[in-house]
Design a protein around this ligand. Sequence first.
Ligand code: PMP
Length: 353
Amino acid sequence: MSRFLSKRLNSLEPYVPGEQPHGKKYLKLNTNESPYPPSPAVLAAKNKEENLQLYPDPDAGLLSEVLAAKYKVNANQIFLGNGSDEVLAFLFQAFCDEDHEICYPDLTYGFYSVFAALFGLKRNEIPLKADFTIDLGDYAFCGKNVLIANPNAPTGLSLKREEIEQILKTNAEHLVIIDEAYIDFGGESSVSLLERYDNLIVVQTFSKSRSLAGARLGYAIASKEIIADLKKLKFSFNPYNINSLSMKAGTAAVLDEEYYCMCCEELIQTREKTKRALRELKFTVTNSDTNFLFAKPDGIKGEEYYLALKRHGILVRHFNTERIRDYVRISIGTPLQMDFFLEETKKILKGSK
Ligand code: PMP
């Protein structure tokens, strides 16, 4: 810490990203990245970018248009960010303060509480039920903005569209932000509700199903008024938040629907197969609609299992909080990678007996 640090910054507890090791080669099943490379069309498009001497389009016009066509909305209903993390940061900053509080579940994506602290907001964290599901009653007429990851992370569980609709109906005077980072792996998207609810904001990302975590692209879809508010904030802060290479890559990724569907289908099949195999090994595993499994091993402590996997060259994420005792979150890789993961898991379980 330098002697110049402000008191406010000193009090923050920053987000701790998952390990991104350099050097030793691990099978990385710890940060929910896609195991597949981006579409070949993406790589070709990126190499064709010829105008790097120019600033990028601050409105991300072309990318907004292809996204708008995909979701059947207008381009002025799309806001692009440097990853959905940045979109969420803009949402907290634009729409939340002491008079407009925000609430979200506990447990959920760890960045929400980091943003709440960053923007000086009260942490209204609503516990999940014992089975990790969300109690809809907690959000009815709650008098605050609502933020829900659907499907939720790290539990992998999702709410149905009609359940999201109930939250929208009972909070008409507040914003309902649905973070759909993992929606392409089985959940029901709320995008179609945008027609009827002007208090809805849907946030999605290119980091998971589009294999572009490194390009940092996320977006919000909402009413044109909400998007105009977000642009006002962005143009007061960093108009060029999306670089030209990422815009080209993102545009090509959205247009290659066939490759995206192929990757999602294979990933879902691999997830289901891995879930069945882990349950046969007596793991407790939630019914995930995402590209990861949330699981607790039997006969070995979660932490021991996590460390043993690491020694075997596999990284997963270990969770051990007051509410969540000793779970691991396992990102889904290719079928071959998951075969290897299961083989090593069997060896670890055998060795621990
Ligand atoms: N929302 C959720 C629920 C996530 O798990 C993540 C990252 N893993 C994000 C948002 C952020 O994703 P990105 O910034 O890569 O778009």
